[in-house]
Each structure stands twice: as C-alpha cells, then as structure tokens.
Design a protein around this ligand. Sequence first.
Ligand code: NAP
Length: 443
Amino acid sequence: MGALRIAVVGSGPAGAFCAQILAEEAGREVAVDVFERLPAPFGLVRYGVAPDHKKIKSITASLGEVFDAPGVRFLGNVTVGADVTIDELRAHYDAVVLASGAPLDRRLGVEGEQLAGVVAARDFVSWYSGHPDAAFDTSLLAAARAVVVGVGNVALDVARMLVRTPDELRRTDVPAHVIEALAGHAVREVCIVGRRGPDSAKFTNKELVELGEVEGADVIVSPEELELSDAQQAGLARTPAAARLVASLRKLADREPQGRERAIRFLFNRTPVGFVGDASAAVTAVRLARTTDPAVVEELEAGLVLPAVGYRSVPMPGVPFDESTGTIPHRDSRVVDGEQAVPGLYVVGWAKRGPSGVIGTNRLCASETAAAILADADALSERGAGAETIDELLRSRGVAVVDWSRWLAIEAAELKLGEATGRERVKLHDRADMLTAAGGLGR
Ligand code: NAP
C-alpha cells in the first residue's frame, strides 16, 4: 500500500491543522503537500490575528512543526487556480482538501459604499499586518473620526490598532511604515456601531476588557446605549456570555474619561443606511438609522469608515459554491455538487463552516475532514492519481516555489530586521523582498 497523497489548498490554521492530523494520526503512510498563495504560511494567523495579540500568534510555532514531519511539504507562492488548477491537483493527488478560507468581505449594500474612505476592515487589517497585497490609503488617517461598523472581534481589533501608541506598536512585528502612519495620525474618535443592542454584540468579553485597558484612548459608553427592554434583560439570565458582556460595558460606562488623546465610543441599535460624500467622492458622514425606530436617522461625520461585518469565501473554478451561504457545499466534509459527492474533494475551515469561531475551532473541524479522508482511503487510492510529481509541472511553468526551508530564510530575515531596529521582529511586507530573502527567487 503506497502513501495516500493529499494536497491541502491553504496554509491557514484549518489547512495546517488538517495536515498535522493527517500526518500524525492517519495510522498509515501519507504524503501531504500544503499549497499557499503567499510566500509565507499560516493565513489569518499571520495576516489576520492582530499584531498586538502575540500570544495567539505564537501558535505558529506548533502549527509550523508539521512541516518538519516526514512526508509533509509546504509549497508557498503557488496560486491554485492560476499556477495550477484544482483539476490538475485532483489528477496528481488521491485527495484535495480546500482550506481556502473566506477571502472576500461581506458588503453592507447601502448607498455610498463605493465612496473613497469606506474601506473593508480586512483591507486595514491586511495593511497593518504587512500583507504583500495590501492596499490602504494612509491619507485617510487624516480624518478626525473613524466609524467601525459591526460589533465583532474584528471591529475591536481595528479600533484598538487605531489607538495604539507608537511604543505599543513597536512591541509588535508590524512594518516600520505602519508604525510611522499610525504614530501621529489625526483620528481622535473611533465610533464602533452595532445594529443590535449590547446584549447581542458578537465580540468576546476578553477582547472587550482588553480594549478597556488601552493606554492611548478613553473608552466611552453612554448609559443610554446600554438600556435594555424587559425581554432583553430576561434574555441575559439565559445567556451568561451576553450577561458578562453587558456587565463589562456597564463598568466602562461607569468610568470617568481620563482626557486621553483619543476616544473609542460605542453606539448600539444603529445601522448604516447610506454614506454621504463630497465633490471628490470621499466619504464625509455615515447616515445611521435607529434599529429600534427606523424613522430616526442621524448623520455622523467621518472621513474613514471600516465595515467589519464578516467575510465570505470565494468561488473557485471547478469547485461547487453555495452563493447563499458563501461557502463550499459539503456533506461530512466531502464536497458535494447537488446531491453527489465530488470524488477526492474535501473542505475544511471557513470555506466549509463560514467565518466564525476561534483558531482552535479549526482543529475540531480539521479532525472531521481528516476522518472523512481516512474513511475513504481505500477508494481514494483506487482513483489512479497521476504518479508524476507536481514539482515538475510547477517547474515547467516557472513557478518559484517557496518551500519550508525558504520560508525559514524569510523568517530569519524578519528577525534580523527586528534586531537591527531594536525590535523582536519586523515583518517583510513586500513580495519581492520576501522572495529575495527566500534565496533570490525571481518572482
Ligand atoms: P462577526 O463576529 O460575525 O461579527 C460581525 C458583526 O457585523 C456583527 O456585529 C454583525 O451584527 C455585524 N453585521 C453583519 N452584517 C451587518 C450589516 N449588514 N449591517 C450592520 N452590521 C452588520 O465577524 P468578525 O468580527 O468578522 O469575526 C469573524 C470571526 O473571527 C469571529 O468568529 C471572531 O470571533 C473571530 N475573531 C476572533 C478574534 C479574537 O479571538 N481575538 C479576533 C478577530 C476575529 P449581527 O450580529 O447583528 O449580525
């Protein structure tokens, strides 16, 4: 019985956990190739988890161990869908696991969303995380007020990063140009706007408490924002997590502002119904309707609006896609086309479940996907996957693959850059610089 040959598309936590579980728990020989579009591994752990959440980011150490295991390879800087197709992967491997995440942003679908200055939170996150493809116009930081739409953990991340002090930022691995832009920016107030009441906020209490501890801003919650109906109050008794959140928000409401340089303000029961722009098509204000009384509409001036309202997966050529959920349809992790399972095709992570849960949620999700593959193993080995390796195909197309040793060279360059500037680590954010550090790769 030869090795079961598996391709994993995406090296974020879902893909990395899946490779790890397959390598460690298969009970048979496996060969796992993990494909990654970027020259760097770990997906949202590197490019989504906030830079000041170093403890969460440190999971990369254990996630990365899988690439030291025999039979597991990292193939970075390879775009599945461009450099190699899903069908080609299916022809070369016994099984293909889609761990492609949710790279699109949900849209609000309101007038004026296309105005300059209305920027998906992900674009801001990608920029401060040093993503090689990030594009964020730093002149937007000249705005006096920023509005963050949505009350999930991403909303808190971007609000917190907007008020971090230069010293706090220097303790992270963000590139120097990010520190420079965030060090003296003009934004004085960051409003975080939730469409439902405080009892329905999606952020976690730990993140809220952390926000209350930032040095650079007063966190302001007016008591009227926390007024609850009898039904909402009764609901708190049934949902301890919501009760904890409301209790933490009440503590923040009780605090006296300290006159800090910046302020973060929570507004609940309001939803954007439009964005107002000036003659140059730049946003100047957000129109907010009260969800408790839609006839009440107020305008809040803002030169930067960051919708943080969730993510969607992206359809891949040759792979079924459910537009209504924004995910890849599956039955027990096996990708389905209508009622039919697509032989040898599996899904894991946000592409499977939608964009929810914490990093650890992906471990359970990955173990389900790995179990499905292993249950199908006999049939998969009979699929007659091509014997020639994928390496030859990629070489013939001139794809500069960043393997694990080349990634370690990029990492070493980041540590060296940190050392040279008195910081622990500084991320390389330019793709060409990353490829140079990887050993003079040309693309
Ligand atoms: P999320 O938790 O789903 O929050 C999305 C927010 O956007 C909700 O408040 C939602 O309100 C609101 N929203 C959605 N559509 C809207 C619309 N049309 N108009 C106004 N508001 C709208 O998503 P997320 O913040 O992007 O986070 C994604 C996942 O990553 C979550 O599981 C999160 O916990 C995780 N994450 C974790 C951390 C951490 O642990 N530190 C950090 C970042 C992200 P409704 O509730 O009313 O729909």
